[in-house]
Write a protein that binds this ligand. Structure first.
Ligand code: MG
Ligand code: ZN
Length: 219
């Protein structure tokens, strides 16, 4: 049996479980977002700030995916939202089976929005459907504006792109227009937000969009 065949079987199994999870989210009226990025893009910080702003408006829960440690889950728990940590023990992505197991431990009663913070990696997480409604790719200005060109698949499958650390734009070689142009060449429908967790810039638009998702759902 070739390696390609094994991988296809793994993905088929993943997609079956992802469909079951999608059905569960639909029944429970949960909007799920899969947060994807390379390590150090500021995913957890973005999430912390987002949870602060959504508090009192949207009931949220979080699944944290990391290769090791529950440091990020501890950070999230301080915001008084239900959180489960998945430690992949070296695994470089989350799959639907891991998310299914995490969901079984998460108190989802009344939860309206679930954030799944994937393992920091712009390659294989793009191939694994987790049953989410939206894939959000987060790119920080310190990473360089060539990410869409280098990781086209991630930008093709993403629905939303959040640019983080825009307060550093004056200090780094990052051209927002070039970045957007490259990303839109790959995915013309990609929605953009530009944020700084440091100054709070852009978080109003980003959280407005999240609230809008909920309104659209309840129509
Ligand atoms: Mg993190
Ligand atoms: Zn992987």
């Amino acid at each position: 049996m070739s390696v390609v065949t094994v991988e296809r079987k793994v993905l088929e199994k993943n997609d079956q479980v992802a469909d079951i999870i999608r059905g569960q989210f639909k029944r429970q009226n949960i909007i799920a977002l899969n947060l994807l990025s390379s390590p150090g893009s500021g995913k957890t910080t973005l999430l912390e700030r987002t949870l602060e702003l959504l508090s009192g408006h949207i009931i949220s829960a979080v699944i944290e995916g990391d290769v090791q440690t529950d440091i990020d889950a501890q950070r999230i728990a301080k915001h008084h939202v239900p959180v489960v940590q998945i430690v992949t023990n070296g695994g470089c992505h989350l799959d639907a089976m891991l998310v299914r197991d995490a969901l079984a431990e998460l108190p989802l009663d009344g939860v309206q929005m679930l954030f799944i913070e994937n393992v920091g990696n712009l390659v294989c997480p793009a191939s694994y459907d987790l049953g989410e409604n939206y894939k959000v790719v987060i790119v920080s200005t310190t990473e360089g504006d060539d990410k869409p060109v280098k990781y086209p698949k991630m930008f093709r499958v993403a629905n939303v792109c959040v640019l983080s650390k825009i307060d550093l734009l004056d200090h780094v070689d990052f051209d927002i227009d070039r970045f957007k142009a490259h990303a839109r060449m790959i995915n013309p429908d990609l929605l953009f937000f530009a944020t700084s967790a440091e100054t709070g810039d852009g978080f109003d638009k980003w959280t407005d969009w999240l609230r809008q998702l909920l309104k659209m759902r309840s129509l």
